[in-house]
Design a protein around this ligand. Structure first.
Ligand code: AHG
Ligand code: MN
Ligand code: MN
Length: 361
């Protein structure tokens, strides 16, 4: 497509909206506000150390609600998201990794139909080493009880309720990858125009892959199905898979998700027994859920190993979850390994088959 004919994000959204004559335009306006937040964050991220007054950066780190170090850029990105989206009359409330509780839109602004959940800066440990980071967002419908203020409960909706989901990746180029439920589309930021332009239409995840991503330093804490899967990949041509596998780990989930959309792969941050109080590392509402919608819309899959991420009923705003996503056939294989393990466990715990049971051989 010639350069000048590439639609902008605005044009793309207007054309999508024409398919829904009843739409009131709030969703489009909200997505454009989110895109503006991402453009502003891209600018700050790109300035790197220059964005901070000399000597200020290390002294100003704080700790967030989950006990994690907040970089100044985590806090700045959170504020950018709020300020760019709260005023427009499209939102009833926001929730973010960096805020302990949900944030109802202040009364001075009109209340809109939607809720925005976001990870303002994903992979922020990579900021100091100049590696790609991103922002992730999920859009839900607000409850219709307009006389009540939005609270945390209102955000506890399954991924299937998402109206739109997306991420921005701040890499060599800044891209916005978006789904409004009609496939996944990628927009590249034209920094001369300050516009996102449609560059990747109907992105599809390859169904098969020979590349996996996992933080192998946790291997001693993994559960049996993950150990089995990774062992089989590592065994290569000599093992049961009969082929060699490649491995990657960026430690920015957005960057891993983007690589997987572009060339296939499988990402795993499984549940492990490192810290039994944490069922996984990544957060359901603003990391797993939006990435799961994108993966499914692109023909891939996202799962805990036992159940599709989008079917999980959230119970807490900052709930953590096991997350496995990417090329469909590999994710399904990992789910199969979980089922087989569950079956073995059942046998093991059944009185008839247990170690001293009647039918034990
Ligand atoms: P965040 O920066 O929002 O806290 O998220 C970081 C996440 C995710 O992006 C990445 O996949 C993972 O943490 C990295 O985990 P390890 O530190 O175990 O590599
Ligand atoms: Mn994150
Ligand atoms: Mn984050």
């Amino acid at each position: 497509m010639p350069y000048s004919q590439r639609p902008t994000l605005t044009q793309f959204l207007i054309e999508e909206r024409r398919k829904h004559p009843e739409a009131r335009g709030q969703l489009n306006a909200l997505i454009l506000d989110v895109a503006n937040a991402c453009k502003a964050i891209a600018k700050v991220v790109a300035r790197g150390e220059l964005a901070h007054p000399v000597g200020s950066r290390h002294s100003s780190a704080t700790v967030n609600v989950q006990g994690e170090v907040q970089k100044p850029l985590d806090v700045i990105s959170n504020e950018v998201f709020i300020q760019t989206t709260e005023w427009g009359g499209n939102l009833a409330g926001l929730a973010s990794e960096e805020m302990e509780t949900s944030y109802p839109v202040p009364g001075k602004y009109p209340r809109g139909d939607y809720l925005l959940v976001f990870d303002p800066l994903d992979g922020s440990s990579n900021i100091d080493v100049n590696v790609s980071v991103g922002s992730i967002f999920s859009i839900l419908r607000a409850p219709e009880t307009i006389d009540e203020t939005i609270n945390d409960q209102d955000f506890l909706q399954t991924g299937r309720n998402q109206v739109a989901a997306g991420y921005a990746i701040y890499g060599p180029t800044t891209m916005l990858v978006l789904t409004v439920g009609t496939g996944v589309h990628g927009f590249t930021l034209d920094s001369d125009l300050g516009e996102f332009k449609l560059t990747h239409q109907f992105i599809k995840v390859a169904e098969d892959t020979q590349e996996f991503a996992i933080n192998a330093s946790n291997s001693r804490f993994w559960e049996a199905p993950i150990k089995r899967y990774v062992d089989e990949c590592l065994a290569g041509t000599a093992g049961p898979r009969g082929q060699d596998f490649n491995m990657r780990w960026v430690a920015s989930m957005v960057a891993e998700a983007h690589r997987i959309l572009m060339r296939g792969g499988v990402f795993m941050y499984p549940r492990d027994n490192k810290d039994p109080s944490k069922p996984g590392r990544l957060r359901l509402l603003y990391e797993a859920s939006p990435i799961a919608m994108i993966m499914e819309q692109a023909g891939g899959r996202a799962s805990t190993g036992n159940v599709a991420i989008q079917d999980v009923q959230p119970t807490e705003l900052h709930q953590r979850i096991a997350l496995i996503f990417g090329s469909k056939n590999e994710v399904e294989r990992i789910e199969r390994y979980h089922q087989e393990r569950n079956y073995d466990d059942e046998i093991e715990s059944s009185p008839l088959f247990a170690a001293r049971g009647l039918f034990r051989d």
